[in-house]
Design a protein around this ligand. Sequence first.
Ligand code: FES
Length: 370
Amino acid sequence: MTTHDTRPGSTGGADTPGPLYGGPDDDYTPEQLAAMSREDLDRLGALHDGVQVLHVDPGPEPGSPLEKRYVRQVGTVFALAGLAAFAFIVVYLGSGWFLPDWEWTIESGTWSSLFTPMLGLLMGLSLALVGLGMVLYARKLLPHETAVQDKHDGSHFDRVTTGATLVGGLHNSGLARRKLITRSLAFMGGGLGLMLLMPLGGLIKNPNTGNPLGRTSWGEGVRLVRDDGTPIRPGDAVPGSLETVFPAVPGGNHESDAATMLIRLRPEQIRVNQPREGQADYGYGDYVAYSKICTHAGCPVSLYEQETSRILCPCHQSQFDVTQGAKPIFGPATRSLPQLPLGVDDEGYFIALSDYPEAVGPTYWNRERI
Ligand code: FES
Protein backbone atom coordinates (compact mmCIF):
# COMPACT_ATOMS: atom_id res chain seq x y z
CA MET A 1 0.00 0.00 0.00
CA THR A 2 1.29 3.48 -0.86
CA THR A 3 1.30 6.22 1.76
CA HIS A 4 1.94 9.96 1.56
CA ASP A 5 2.49 12.31 4.47
CA THR A 6 1.48 15.91 4.00
CA ARG A 7 2.47 17.20 7.44
CA PRO A 8 4.92 20.11 7.60
CA GLY A 9 8.43 18.86 7.19
CA SER A 10 7.36 15.72 5.42
CA THR A 11 8.94 14.76 2.14
CA GLY A 12 5.55 13.48 1.05
CA GLY A 13 7.27 10.40 -0.31
CA ALA A 14 5.77 6.99 -0.82
CA ASP A 15 6.42 4.25 1.66
CA THR A 16 4.91 1.14 3.08
CA PRO A 17 2.70 1.50 6.16
CA GLY A 18 4.67 2.10 9.28
CA PRO A 19 6.29 4.94 11.25
CA LEU A 20 7.49 7.51 8.76
CA TYR A 21 9.93 9.28 11.03
CA GLY A 22 11.17 6.70 13.45
CA GLY A 23 10.77 7.80 17.10
CA PRO A 24 12.61 10.05 19.57
CA ASP A 25 14.70 7.94 21.86
CA ASP A 26 15.89 10.70 24.15
CA ASP A 27 14.09 13.16 26.36
CA TYR A 28 13.87 16.75 25.25
CA THR A 29 14.28 19.57 27.75
CA PRO A 30 11.60 22.30 27.88
CA GLU A 31 14.17 24.73 26.52
CA GLN A 32 14.86 22.52 23.52
CA LEU A 33 11.18 22.18 22.83
CA ALA A 34 10.62 25.92 23.19
CA ALA A 35 13.31 26.58 20.63
CA MET A 36 11.71 24.40 17.96
CA SER A 37 9.38 25.67 15.25
CA ARG A 38 5.75 24.56 15.07
CA GLU A 39 6.49 22.38 12.09
CA ASP A 40 9.39 20.68 13.90
CA LEU A 41 7.25 20.09 16.97
CA ASP A 42 4.43 18.74 14.82
CA ARG A 43 6.85 16.35 13.13
CA LEU A 44 8.42 15.39 16.42
CA GLY A 45 4.99 14.65 17.92
CA ALA A 46 4.22 12.38 15.01
CA LEU A 47 7.57 10.67 15.48
CA HIS A 48 6.96 10.17 19.15
CA ASP A 49 3.43 8.94 18.59
CA GLY A 50 4.55 6.33 16.15
CA VAL A 51 1.97 7.58 13.69
CA GLN A 52 1.28 5.25 10.83
CA VAL A 53 -0.35 7.03 7.93
CA LEU A 54 -2.27 4.51 5.89
CA HIS A 55 -3.80 6.80 3.32
CA VAL A 56 -3.76 10.50 2.47
CA ASP A 57 -6.03 12.43 0.15
CA PRO A 58 -4.61 15.98 0.17
CA GLY A 59 -7.82 17.54 -1.21
CA PRO A 60 -8.05 19.95 -4.14
CA GLU A 61 -4.84 21.56 -5.25
CA PRO A 62 -4.37 25.04 -3.76
CA GLY A 63 -5.46 27.71 -6.22
CA SER A 64 -7.03 25.21 -8.62
CA PRO A 65 -10.47 25.92 -10.18
CA LEU A 66 -11.85 22.98 -8.21
CA GLU A 67 -10.69 24.46 -4.91
CA LYS A 68 -12.11 27.86 -5.86
CA ARG A 69 -15.47 26.29 -6.64
CA TYR A 70 -15.57 24.47 -3.30
CA VAL A 71 -14.53 27.63 -1.46
CA ARG A 72 -17.38 29.54 -3.14
CA GLN A 73 -19.87 26.83 -2.18
CA VAL A 74 -18.78 26.69 1.46
CA GLY A 75 -18.53 30.47 1.75
CA THR A 76 -22.04 30.87 0.34
CA VAL A 77 -23.49 28.40 2.81
CA PHE A 78 -21.80 30.13 5.77
CA ALA A 79 -22.97 33.52 4.50
CA LEU A 80 -26.54 32.23 4.21
CA ALA A 81 -26.31 30.95 7.78
CA GLY A 82 -25.27 34.43 8.86
CA LEU A 83 -28.11 35.99 6.86
CA ALA A 84 -30.67 33.73 8.53
CA ALA A 85 -29.23 34.67 11.93
CA PHE A 86 -29.44 38.39 11.15
CA ALA A 87 -32.99 37.91 9.83
CA PHE A 88 -33.83 36.36 13.20
CA ILE A 89 -32.50 39.45 14.95
CA VAL A 90 -34.41 41.78 12.63
CA VAL A 91 -37.69 39.93 13.27
CA TYR A 92 -37.04 39.80 17.00
CA LEU A 93 -36.04 43.40 17.51
CA GLY A 94 -38.15 44.91 14.74
CA SER A 95 -41.48 43.69 16.07
CA GLY A 96 -43.44 46.65 17.33
CA TRP A 97 -40.81 49.03 15.92
CA PHE A 98 -40.69 48.91 12.12
CA LEU A 99 -42.57 45.60 11.91
CA PRO A 100 -46.08 44.94 13.26
CA ASP A 101 -46.27 44.28 16.98
CA TRP A 102 -46.29 40.60 17.83
CA GLU A 103 -47.99 40.94 21.22
CA TRP A 104 -50.68 38.30 21.28
CA THR A 105 -54.30 39.25 21.76
CA ILE A 106 -57.51 37.36 21.13
CA GLU A 107 -58.00 39.25 17.85
CA SER A 108 -54.35 38.97 16.91
CA GLY A 109 -53.62 38.79 13.23
CA THR A 110 -51.37 36.71 11.05
CA TRP A 111 -48.17 38.43 12.11
CA SER A 112 -48.78 37.71 15.76
CA SER A 113 -49.44 34.03 15.15
CA LEU A 114 -46.41 33.76 12.83
CA PHE A 115 -43.94 35.53 15.08
CA THR A 116 -42.73 32.57 17.15
CA PRO A 117 -42.71 30.07 14.24
CA MET A 118 -40.68 32.57 12.21
CA LEU A 119 -38.11 32.89 14.96
CA GLY A 120 -37.90 29.13 15.27
CA LEU A 121 -37.59 28.64 11.53
CA LEU A 122 -34.88 31.26 11.11
CA MET A 123 -32.84 29.97 14.03
CA GLY A 124 -33.24 26.37 12.82
CA LEU A 125 -32.29 27.36 9.27
CA SER A 126 -29.21 29.22 10.46
CA LEU A 127 -27.98 26.32 12.59
CA ALA A 128 -28.72 23.81 9.82
CA LEU A 129 -26.69 25.89 7.35
CA VAL A 130 -23.81 26.08 9.83
CA GLY A 131 -23.83 22.29 10.00
CA LEU A 132 -24.08 21.96 6.23
CA GLY A 133 -21.18 24.39 5.72
CA MET A 134 -18.98 22.50 8.17
CA VAL A 135 -19.75 19.17 6.52
CA LEU A 136 -19.06 20.62 3.07
CA TYR A 137 -15.80 22.13 4.24
CA ALA A 138 -14.64 18.89 5.83
CA ARG A 139 -15.60 16.76 2.85
CA LYS A 140 -14.47 18.99 0.00
CA LEU A 141 -11.55 21.06 1.26
CA LEU A 142 -9.77 19.34 4.12
CA PRO A 143 -7.05 16.75 3.46
CA HIS A 144 -8.24 13.30 4.39
CA GLU A 145 -5.82 11.09 6.20
CA THR A 146 -6.20 7.62 7.61
CA ALA A 147 -3.67 7.00 10.36
CA VAL A 148 -3.11 5.08 13.58
CA GLN A 149 -1.04 6.21 16.51
CA ASP A 150 -0.02 5.30 20.03
CA LYS A 151 -1.88 6.49 23.06
CA HIS A 152 -0.47 9.58 24.83
CA ASP A 153 0.93 9.41 28.36
CA GLY A 154 0.39 13.09 29.27
CA SER A 155 4.04 14.09 29.68
CA HIS A 156 5.31 17.60 29.05
CA PHE A 157 6.70 16.37 25.77
CA ASP A 158 3.26 15.08 24.81
CA ARG A 159 1.52 18.31 25.72
CA VAL A 160 3.90 20.49 23.75
CA THR A 161 3.96 18.32 20.65
CA THR A 162 0.20 17.76 20.75
CA GLY A 163 -0.34 21.53 20.93
CA ALA A 164 1.87 21.93 17.89
CA THR A 165 -0.08 19.21 16.09
CA LEU A 166 -3.36 20.96 16.79
CA VAL A 167 -2.02 24.29 15.56
CA GLY A 168 -0.61 22.46 12.58
CA GLY A 169 -4.06 21.04 11.88
CA LEU A 170 -5.49 24.54 11.77
CA HIS A 171 -2.66 25.57 9.48
CA ASN A 172 -3.26 22.59 7.22
CA SER A 173 -6.96 23.35 7.05
CA GLY A 174 -6.13 26.21 4.68
CA LEU A 175 -8.50 28.59 6.47
CA ALA A 176 -5.85 31.30 6.65
CA ARG A 177 -5.49 31.54 2.89
CA ARG A 178 -9.16 30.91 1.98
CA LYS A 179 -10.30 34.46 2.62
CA LEU A 180 -13.81 34.01 1.27
CA ILE A 181 -14.46 31.31 3.84
CA THR A 182 -12.91 33.18 6.75
CA ARG A 183 -14.97 36.27 5.89
CA SER A 184 -18.19 34.30 5.58
CA LEU A 185 -17.31 32.54 8.84
CA ALA A 186 -16.84 35.90 10.55
CA PHE A 187 -20.18 37.13 9.16
CA MET A 188 -21.91 33.93 10.20
CA GLY A 189 -20.27 33.96 13.65
CA GLY A 190 -21.42 37.52 14.26
CA GLY A 191 -25.00 36.74 13.28
CA LEU A 192 -25.05 33.48 15.17
CA GLY A 193 -23.60 35.01 18.30
CA LEU A 194 -26.18 37.78 18.32
CA MET A 195 -28.97 35.36 17.50
CA LEU A 196 -28.06 33.15 20.44
CA LEU A 197 -28.11 36.21 22.67
CA MET A 198 -31.66 37.08 21.59
CA PRO A 199 -33.34 34.51 23.87
CA LEU A 200 -32.02 36.69 26.65
CA GLY A 201 -34.54 39.11 25.16
CA GLY A 202 -36.05 39.77 28.55
CA LEU A 203 -32.88 41.73 29.25
CA ILE A 204 -32.94 43.50 25.90
CA LYS A 205 -36.66 43.89 25.44
CA ASN A 206 -38.70 43.95 28.61
CA PRO A 207 -41.88 41.87 28.11
CA ASN A 208 -43.43 43.65 31.08
CA THR A 209 -43.31 47.04 29.40
CA GLY A 210 -46.69 48.63 29.94
CA ASN A 211 -47.41 46.20 32.78
CA PRO A 212 -49.53 43.81 30.64
CA LEU A 213 -50.22 41.54 33.59
CA GLY A 214 -51.28 44.43 35.77
CA ARG A 215 -54.05 45.78 33.59
CA THR A 216 -57.22 44.53 31.96
CA SER A 217 -59.72 45.98 29.50
CA TRP A 218 -61.74 47.50 32.27
CA GLY A 219 -61.55 51.26 32.54
CA GLU A 220 -63.57 54.31 33.44
CA GLY A 221 -66.98 54.20 31.79
CA VAL A 222 -66.66 50.68 30.35
CA ARG A 223 -70.02 48.97 30.59
CA LEU A 224 -70.52 45.62 32.24
CA VAL A 225 -72.12 43.18 29.79
CA ARG A 226 -73.11 39.56 29.84
CA ASP A 227 -71.50 36.93 27.66
CA ASP A 228 -74.04 37.73 24.93
CA GLY A 229 -73.19 41.45 25.06
CA THR A 230 -76.31 42.69 26.81
CA PRO A 231 -75.78 45.47 29.37
CA ILE A 232 -77.00 45.17 32.93
CA ARG A 233 -79.05 47.50 35.09
CA PRO A 234 -79.25 47.44 38.86
CA GLY A 235 -82.36 45.48 39.70
CA ASP A 236 -81.94 43.01 36.85
CA ALA A 237 -80.84 40.34 39.30
CA VAL A 238 -82.37 39.12 42.53
CA PRO A 239 -80.51 39.51 45.86
CA GLY A 240 -78.11 36.63 46.42
CA SER A 241 -77.36 36.16 42.71
CA LEU A 242 -74.02 36.01 40.95
CA GLU A 243 -73.50 36.76 37.30
CA THR A 244 -70.31 36.59 35.23
CA VAL A 245 -69.77 39.82 33.29
CA PHE A 246 -67.23 41.19 30.83
CA PRO A 247 -66.09 44.61 29.64
CA ALA A 248 -68.10 46.01 26.69
CA VAL A 249 -65.07 46.24 24.41
CA PRO A 250 -64.50 44.33 21.16
CA GLY A 251 -63.84 40.73 22.08
CA GLY A 252 -64.32 41.57 25.75
CA ASN A 253 -66.25 38.40 26.44
CA HIS A 254 -63.14 36.39 25.42
CA GLU A 255 -60.72 38.19 27.70
CA SER A 256 -60.25 35.76 30.50
CA ASP A 257 -58.34 38.19 32.71
CA ALA A 258 -61.29 40.59 32.61
CA ALA A 259 -63.95 38.04 33.66
CA THR A 260 -65.74 39.50 36.65
CA MET A 261 -68.37 38.31 39.10
CA LEU A 262 -71.22 40.76 39.63
CA ILE A 263 -72.85 39.85 42.93
CA ARG A 264 -76.02 41.25 44.41
CA LEU A 265 -75.76 40.98 48.19
CA ARG A 266 -78.68 40.05 50.32
CA PRO A 267 -79.85 42.47 53.08
CA GLU A 268 -78.32 40.31 55.84
CA GLN A 269 -75.01 40.30 53.96
CA ILE A 270 -75.06 44.08 53.58
CA ARG A 271 -75.47 44.44 57.34
CA VAL A 272 -72.18 42.58 58.02
CA ASN A 273 -70.34 43.75 54.92
CA GLN A 274 -66.77 44.95 55.61
CA PRO A 275 -65.14 46.31 52.45
CA ARG A 276 -61.38 46.43 52.20
CA GLU A 277 -59.69 49.56 53.40
CA GLY A 278 -59.98 52.34 50.86
CA GLN A 279 -62.60 50.44 48.84
CA ALA A 280 -65.74 51.25 50.80
CA ASP A 281 -67.25 53.00 47.77
CA TYR A 282 -66.37 50.30 45.24
CA GLY A 283 -69.81 48.74 45.42
CA TYR A 284 -72.96 50.24 43.92
CA GLY A 285 -76.05 49.92 46.07
CA ASP A 286 -76.21 46.28 47.09
CA TYR A 287 -73.93 45.18 44.22
CA VAL A 288 -70.25 44.30 44.40
CA ALA A 289 -67.96 43.05 41.64
CA TYR A 290 -64.86 40.89 42.06
CA SER A 291 -62.35 39.34 39.69
CA LYS A 292 -63.22 35.82 38.68
CA ILE A 293 -59.56 34.75 38.53
CA CYS A 294 -58.40 32.88 41.60
CA THR A 295 -55.41 34.55 43.22
CA HIS A 296 -53.86 31.18 43.97
CA ALA A 297 -53.18 29.70 40.53
CA GLY A 298 -55.64 31.39 38.20
CA CYS A 299 -58.61 29.04 38.01
CA PRO A 300 -62.03 30.63 37.51
CA VAL A 301 -63.79 30.92 40.85
CA SER A 302 -67.45 30.45 40.32
CA LEU A 303 -69.08 28.36 43.00
CA TYR A 304 -71.03 30.80 45.15
CA GLU A 305 -72.72 29.76 48.35
CA GLN A 306 -74.86 32.73 49.26
CA GLU A 307 -75.88 31.39 52.70
CA THR A 308 -72.25 31.51 53.89
CA SER A 309 -71.20 34.35 51.54
CA ARG A 310 -68.37 32.16 50.23
CA ILE A 311 -67.01 31.89 46.75
CA LEU A 312 -65.22 28.59 46.19
CA CYS A 313 -62.42 27.88 43.76
CA PRO A 314 -62.87 24.32 42.45
CA CYS A 315 -59.18 23.77 41.77
CA HIS A 316 -57.69 23.71 45.27
CA GLN A 317 -60.69 24.70 47.36
CA SER A 318 -59.73 28.24 48.25
CA GLN A 319 -62.69 30.12 49.66
CA PHE A 320 -63.27 33.88 49.60
CA ASP A 321 -65.76 35.81 51.73
CA VAL A 322 -67.71 38.39 49.71
CA THR A 323 -68.69 40.26 52.88
CA GLN A 324 -65.02 40.80 53.75
CA GLY A 325 -63.79 42.21 50.48
CA ALA A 326 -63.42 38.70 49.01
CA LYS A 327 -60.69 37.89 51.52
CA PRO A 328 -59.38 34.31 51.39
CA ILE A 329 -60.64 32.44 54.44
CA PHE A 330 -59.69 28.89 53.49
CA GLY A 331 -57.30 27.10 51.17
CA PRO A 332 -54.00 28.03 49.55
CA ALA A 333 -54.93 31.48 48.19
CA THR A 334 -53.35 34.28 50.22
CA ARG A 335 -54.64 37.37 48.45
CA SER A 336 -58.13 38.82 48.20
CA LEU A 337 -59.90 38.79 44.84
CA PRO A 338 -59.44 42.27 43.34
CA GLN A 339 -62.60 44.39 43.45
CA LEU A 340 -63.90 46.38 40.48
CA PRO A 341 -65.26 49.85 41.33
CA LEU A 342 -68.88 50.10 40.09
CA GLY A 343 -71.03 52.94 38.88
CA VAL A 344 -73.97 53.54 36.58
CA ASP A 345 -74.00 55.54 33.36
CA ASP A 346 -76.56 58.06 32.12
CA GLU A 347 -78.72 55.30 30.68
CA GLY A 348 -78.77 53.44 33.95
CA TYR A 349 -76.40 50.61 33.02
CA PHE A 350 -73.59 49.35 35.15
CA ILE A 351 -70.14 50.69 34.28
CA ALA A 352 -66.69 50.33 35.79
CA LEU A 353 -65.23 53.46 37.33
CA SER A 354 -61.68 52.33 36.56
CA ASP A 355 -59.62 49.22 35.92
CA TYR A 356 -58.94 46.93 38.87
CA PRO A 357 -56.73 48.79 41.34
CA GLU A 358 -54.36 45.81 41.48
CA ALA A 359 -53.35 42.96 39.17
CA VAL A 360 -55.81 40.12 38.83
CA GLY A 361 -54.82 36.49 38.95
CA PRO A 362 -52.13 34.45 40.62
CA THR A 363 -49.95 36.08 43.17
CA TYR A 364 -46.75 34.75 41.65
CA TRP A 365 -46.96 36.82 38.47
CA ASN A 366 -47.51 40.16 40.18
CA ARG A 367 -45.50 39.75 43.34
CA GLU A 368 -44.56 43.39 43.53
CA ARG A 369 -48.21 44.42 43.51
CA ILE A 370 -49.38 42.37 46.51
S1 FES B 1 -56.40 27.99 41.71
FE1 FES B 1 -57.92 28.49 43.11
S2 FES B 1 -57.38 27.45 44.86
FE2 FES B 1 -55.79 26.97 43.50
